[in-house]
Design a protein around this ligand. Sequence first.
Ligand code: NAP
Length: 252
Amino acid sequence: MGRFDGRVAIVSGAGQGIGAGIAARLASEGAAVGVLDLNADAASSSAEAITLAGGTAVGIGADVTSEEGVNAAVDQVVRELGGLDIVVNNAGITRDNMLFKMSVEDFDLVLAVHLRGTFLLTKAAQRHLVEQRYGRIVNLSSRSALGNRGQANYASAKAGVIAFTATAALELGPFGITVNAVAPGYIATDMTAATARRLGMDPEEHQKLAAEQIPVRRVGTPDDIAAVVAFFASEEAGYVSGQTLHVNGGQR
Ligand code: NAP
Protein backbone atom coordinates (compact mmCIF):
# COMPACT_ATOMS: atom_id res chain seq x y z
CA MET A 1 0.00 0.00 0.00
CA GLY A 2 1.43 3.36 -1.01
CA ARG A 3 0.51 6.68 0.64
CA PHE A 4 -0.79 7.97 -2.69
CA ASP A 5 -2.60 4.91 -4.04
CA GLY A 6 -5.61 6.09 -6.04
CA ARG A 7 -4.44 9.73 -6.01
CA VAL A 8 -3.66 11.86 -9.05
CA ALA A 9 -1.00 14.57 -9.01
CA ILE A 10 0.20 17.28 -11.37
CA VAL A 11 3.76 18.59 -11.00
CA SER A 12 4.90 21.62 -13.03
CA GLY A 13 8.47 21.93 -14.26
CA ALA A 14 8.88 18.18 -13.80
CA GLY A 15 10.96 17.52 -16.90
CA GLN A 16 14.15 17.70 -14.82
CA GLY A 17 15.63 18.68 -11.47
CA ILE A 18 13.53 18.99 -8.32
CA GLY A 19 10.23 18.63 -10.20
CA ALA A 20 11.32 15.33 -11.76
CA GLY A 21 12.36 14.11 -8.29
CA ILE A 22 8.97 15.09 -6.83
CA ALA A 23 7.05 13.41 -9.67
CA ALA A 24 9.08 10.20 -9.27
CA ARG A 25 8.60 10.19 -5.49
CA LEU A 26 4.81 10.67 -5.67
CA ALA A 27 4.58 7.98 -8.36
CA SER A 28 6.73 5.55 -6.36
CA GLU A 29 4.17 5.82 -3.55
CA GLY A 30 1.23 5.12 -5.84
CA ALA A 31 0.12 8.44 -7.40
CA ALA A 32 -0.64 8.73 -11.12
CA VAL A 33 1.28 11.84 -12.17
CA GLY A 34 0.81 14.51 -14.81
CA VAL A 35 4.36 15.62 -15.62
CA LEU A 36 4.08 19.17 -16.95
CA ASP A 37 7.02 21.03 -18.45
CA LEU A 38 7.70 23.83 -20.92
CA ASN A 39 9.88 21.30 -22.74
CA ALA A 40 7.45 18.63 -24.01
CA ASP A 41 10.28 16.15 -24.75
CA ALA A 42 11.65 16.47 -21.21
CA ALA A 43 8.12 15.98 -19.82
CA SER A 44 7.72 12.81 -21.91
CA SER A 45 11.14 11.41 -20.85
CA SER A 46 10.38 12.08 -17.20
CA ALA A 47 6.96 10.38 -17.53
CA GLU A 48 8.56 7.47 -19.38
CA ALA A 49 11.10 6.96 -16.58
CA ILE A 50 8.20 6.72 -14.11
CA THR A 51 6.35 4.25 -16.32
CA LEU A 52 9.50 2.12 -16.74
CA ALA A 53 9.82 2.00 -12.93
CA GLY A 54 6.28 0.58 -12.73
CA GLY A 55 4.37 3.81 -12.09
CA THR A 56 1.71 5.73 -13.99
CA ALA A 57 2.45 9.08 -15.61
CA VAL A 58 1.64 11.23 -18.60
CA GLY A 59 3.96 13.89 -20.02
CA ILE A 60 2.43 17.24 -20.94
CA GLY A 61 4.15 20.14 -22.71
CA ALA A 62 2.73 23.43 -21.38
CA ASP A 63 3.82 26.92 -20.36
CA VAL A 64 2.65 27.77 -16.84
CA THR A 65 2.38 31.46 -17.79
CA SER A 66 -0.35 30.66 -20.34
CA GLU A 67 -3.87 30.50 -18.91
CA GLU A 68 -5.06 28.50 -21.89
CA GLY A 69 -2.12 26.07 -21.70
CA VAL A 70 -2.54 25.49 -17.97
CA ASN A 71 -6.30 24.95 -18.24
CA ALA A 72 -5.77 22.44 -21.05
CA ALA A 73 -3.08 20.62 -19.03
CA VAL A 74 -5.37 20.26 -16.01
CA ASP A 75 -8.22 19.06 -18.23
CA GLN A 76 -5.89 16.48 -19.80
CA VAL A 77 -4.79 15.15 -16.41
CA VAL A 78 -8.37 14.84 -15.19
CA ARG A 79 -9.44 13.15 -18.44
CA GLU A 80 -6.48 10.75 -18.81
CA LEU A 81 -5.65 9.98 -15.19
CA GLY A 82 -9.19 10.10 -13.79
CA GLY A 83 -9.16 13.12 -11.45
CA LEU A 84 -6.85 15.47 -9.57
CA ASP A 85 -5.88 15.51 -5.87
CA ILE A 86 -2.33 16.90 -5.56
CA VAL A 87 -0.86 20.00 -7.22
CA VAL A 88 2.84 20.88 -7.04
CA ASN A 89 3.78 24.34 -8.36
CA ASN A 90 7.47 23.81 -9.07
CA ALA A 91 8.24 25.32 -12.50
CA GLY A 92 10.88 28.00 -12.26
CA ILE A 93 13.60 30.01 -13.98
CA THR A 94 16.29 32.46 -12.97
CA ARG A 95 17.42 35.60 -14.81
CA ASP A 96 19.89 36.95 -12.25
CA ASN A 97 21.44 40.39 -12.42
CA MET A 98 22.14 43.33 -10.15
CA LEU A 99 18.98 45.41 -10.16
CA PHE A 100 20.54 48.40 -11.94
CA LYS A 101 21.38 46.07 -14.86
CA MET A 102 18.23 43.93 -14.72
CA SER A 103 16.00 44.36 -17.76
CA VAL A 104 12.28 44.95 -17.30
CA GLU A 105 11.71 41.85 -19.46
CA ASP A 106 13.78 39.66 -17.12
CA PHE A 107 11.96 41.05 -14.09
CA ASP A 108 8.54 40.40 -15.64
CA LEU A 109 9.43 36.93 -16.97
CA VAL A 110 10.64 35.60 -13.61
CA LEU A 111 7.57 37.00 -11.82
CA ALA A 112 5.37 35.46 -14.52
CA VAL A 113 6.78 31.93 -14.34
CA HIS A 114 6.88 31.67 -10.53
CA LEU A 115 3.95 33.79 -9.39
CA ARG A 116 1.50 34.00 -12.29
CA GLY A 117 2.26 30.32 -13.03
CA THR A 118 1.48 29.28 -9.45
CA PHE A 119 -1.72 31.35 -9.53
CA LEU A 120 -2.88 29.94 -12.88
CA LEU A 121 -2.28 26.27 -12.05
CA THR A 122 -3.82 26.63 -8.59
CA LYS A 123 -6.85 28.41 -10.05
CA ALA A 124 -7.36 25.78 -12.75
CA ALA A 125 -6.95 22.91 -10.27
CA GLN A 126 -9.09 24.28 -7.43
CA ARG A 127 -12.28 23.84 -9.47
CA HIS A 128 -11.79 20.07 -9.19
CA LEU A 129 -10.44 20.06 -5.65
CA VAL A 130 -13.25 22.21 -4.26
CA GLU A 131 -15.88 20.06 -5.96
CA GLN A 132 -14.49 16.87 -4.38
CA ARG A 133 -13.79 18.58 -1.04
CA TYR A 134 -10.18 17.32 -0.95
CA GLY A 135 -6.85 18.56 -2.17
CA ARG A 136 -3.19 19.10 -1.43
CA ILE A 137 -1.30 22.03 -2.97
CA VAL A 138 2.44 22.44 -2.48
CA ASN A 139 4.34 25.46 -3.82
CA LEU A 140 8.07 25.90 -4.29
CA SER A 141 9.43 29.05 -2.68
CA SER A 142 13.11 29.56 -1.88
CA ARG A 143 15.55 30.71 0.74
CA SER A 144 16.01 33.66 -1.63
CA ALA A 145 12.59 34.98 -0.52
CA LEU A 146 14.50 36.47 2.43
CA GLY A 147 16.53 38.57 -0.04
CA ASN A 148 19.44 37.59 -2.27
CA ARG A 149 21.97 39.74 -4.09
CA GLY A 150 21.44 39.66 -7.87
CA GLN A 151 17.96 38.20 -7.56
CA ALA A 152 15.54 41.14 -7.15
CA ASN A 153 13.16 39.40 -9.57
CA TYR A 154 13.49 35.85 -8.21
CA ALA A 155 13.48 36.86 -4.52
CA SER A 156 10.35 38.98 -5.05
CA ALA A 157 8.62 36.12 -6.86
CA LYS A 158 9.51 33.59 -4.16
CA ALA A 159 8.36 35.94 -1.38
CA GLY A 160 5.15 36.32 -3.36
CA VAL A 161 4.75 32.53 -3.42
CA ILE A 162 4.81 32.52 0.40
CA ALA A 163 2.04 35.16 0.56
CA PHE A 164 0.05 33.35 -2.11
CA THR A 165 0.37 30.10 -0.14
CA ALA A 166 -0.89 31.70 3.08
CA THR A 167 -3.83 33.32 1.27
CA ALA A 168 -4.86 30.24 -0.72
CA ALA A 169 -4.73 28.22 2.53
CA LEU A 170 -7.26 30.62 4.11
CA GLU A 171 -9.60 30.49 1.12
CA LEU A 172 -9.41 26.78 0.31
CA GLY A 173 -9.18 25.31 3.82
CA PRO A 174 -12.98 25.12 4.27
CA PHE A 175 -13.08 22.78 1.26
CA GLY A 176 -10.67 20.19 2.67
CA ILE A 177 -7.72 21.61 0.75
CA THR A 178 -4.36 22.36 2.35
CA VAL A 179 -1.80 24.71 0.79
CA ASN A 180 1.83 24.74 1.92
CA ALA A 181 5.22 25.83 0.59
CA VAL A 182 8.72 24.41 0.67
CA ALA A 183 11.63 26.86 0.62
CA PRO A 184 14.75 24.97 -0.50
CA GLY A 185 18.26 26.17 0.17
CA TYR A 186 21.05 25.01 -2.17
CA ILE A 187 19.89 22.01 -4.22
CA ALA A 188 22.24 20.59 -6.86
CA THR A 189 20.36 20.91 -10.18
CA ASP A 190 20.84 22.59 -13.57
CA MET A 191 19.60 25.82 -11.93
CA THR A 192 22.46 25.95 -9.40
CA ALA A 193 24.95 24.73 -12.05
CA ALA A 194 23.94 27.73 -14.19
CA THR A 195 24.52 30.04 -11.21
CA ALA A 196 28.00 28.51 -10.73
CA ARG A 197 28.89 29.04 -14.38
CA ARG A 198 27.62 32.63 -14.26
CA LEU A 199 30.09 33.20 -11.41
CA GLY A 200 32.85 31.61 -13.50
CA MET A 201 33.02 28.46 -11.35
CA ASP A 202 32.80 24.76 -12.00
CA PRO A 203 29.45 23.48 -10.57
CA GLU A 204 31.17 20.86 -8.37
CA GLU A 205 33.59 23.41 -6.97
CA HIS A 206 30.63 25.74 -6.30
CA GLN A 207 28.81 22.93 -4.45
CA LYS A 208 31.89 22.18 -2.35
CA LEU A 209 32.20 25.83 -1.30
CA ALA A 210 28.46 26.07 -0.55
CA ALA A 211 28.58 22.87 1.55
CA GLU A 212 31.17 24.45 3.86
CA GLN A 213 28.60 27.11 4.85
CA ILE A 214 25.77 24.61 5.46
CA PRO A 215 25.46 23.14 8.97
CA VAL A 216 24.92 19.55 7.70
CA ARG A 217 27.99 20.07 5.46
CA ARG A 218 26.44 19.04 2.16
CA VAL A 219 24.27 20.55 -0.53
CA GLY A 220 20.73 19.24 -1.02
CA THR A 221 19.37 16.88 -3.64
CA PRO A 222 15.98 16.79 -5.41
CA ASP A 223 15.15 13.77 -3.18
CA ASP A 224 15.57 15.94 -0.05
CA ILE A 225 12.83 18.25 -1.35
CA ALA A 226 10.64 15.45 -2.72
CA ALA A 227 10.46 13.84 0.75
CA VAL A 228 9.07 17.05 2.28
CA VAL A 229 6.65 17.67 -0.60
CA ALA A 230 5.40 14.09 -0.18
CA PHE A 231 4.67 14.79 3.50
CA PHE A 232 2.67 17.96 2.70
CA ALA A 233 0.87 16.02 -0.07
CA SER A 234 -0.06 13.14 2.22
CA GLU A 235 -3.41 12.60 3.89
CA GLU A 236 -1.77 12.62 7.35
CA ALA A 237 -0.69 16.27 6.87
CA GLY A 238 -4.33 17.38 6.84
CA TYR A 239 -3.95 19.75 9.82
CA VAL A 240 -0.89 21.50 8.36
CA SER A 241 -1.76 24.44 6.10
CA GLY A 242 -0.50 27.89 5.16
CA GLN A 243 3.04 26.96 6.19
CA THR A 244 6.42 27.48 4.55
CA LEU A 245 9.07 24.95 5.54
CA HIS A 246 12.71 25.86 4.93
CA VAL A 247 14.67 22.81 3.76
CA ASN A 248 18.26 23.95 3.66
CA GLY A 249 20.49 21.82 5.85
CA GLY A 250 20.07 24.09 8.86
CA GLN A 251 21.12 27.48 7.47
CA ARG A 252 19.73 30.53 9.25
P1 NAP B 1 15.52 23.44 -13.06
O1 NAP B 1 16.40 22.25 -13.02
O2 NAP B 1 15.92 24.60 -13.90
O3 NAP B 1 14.05 22.95 -13.47
C1 NAP B 1 12.99 23.85 -13.64
C2 NAP B 1 12.02 23.25 -14.62
O4 NAP B 1 10.94 24.18 -14.80
C3 NAP B 1 12.64 23.00 -16.00
O5 NAP B 1 12.31 21.72 -16.46
C4 NAP B 1 12.01 24.10 -16.84
O6 NAP B 1 11.83 23.75 -18.20
C5 NAP B 1 10.66 24.25 -16.18
N1 NAP B 1 10.04 25.49 -16.58
C6 NAP B 1 10.63 26.72 -16.68
N2 NAP B 1 9.75 27.63 -17.12
C7 NAP B 1 8.58 26.98 -17.31
C8 NAP B 1 7.30 27.38 -17.76
N3 NAP B 1 7.05 28.66 -18.13
N4 NAP B 1 6.32 26.46 -17.84
C9 NAP B 1 6.56 25.18 -17.50
N5 NAP B 1 7.75 24.73 -17.07
C10 NAP B 1 8.76 25.63 -16.97
O7 NAP B 1 15.29 24.02 -11.60
P2 NAP B 1 15.22 23.30 -10.17
O8 NAP B 1 16.48 23.62 -9.46
O9 NAP B 1 14.77 21.90 -10.30
O10 NAP B 1 14.07 24.18 -9.47
C11 NAP B 1 12.74 23.73 -9.28
C12 NAP B 1 12.01 24.73 -8.38
O11 NAP B 1 12.69 24.81 -7.12
C13 NAP B 1 11.97 26.15 -8.95
O12 NAP B 1 10.75 26.76 -8.62
C14 NAP B 1 13.11 26.82 -8.22
O13 NAP B 1 12.95 28.21 -8.17
C15 NAP B 1 13.00 26.16 -6.85
N6 NAP B 1 14.24 26.23 -6.05
C16 NAP B 1 15.39 25.64 -6.49
C17 NAP B 1 16.53 25.73 -5.70
C18 NAP B 1 17.85 25.09 -6.10
O14 NAP B 1 18.83 25.27 -5.35
N7 NAP B 1 17.93 24.34 -7.19
C19 NAP B 1 16.50 26.44 -4.50
C20 NAP B 1 15.31 27.04 -4.10
C21 NAP B 1 14.18 26.93 -4.88
P3 NAP B 1 12.96 24.17 -19.28
O15 NAP B 1 14.19 23.42 -18.90
O16 NAP B 1 12.38 23.79 -20.58
O17 NAP B 1 13.13 25.67 -19.11
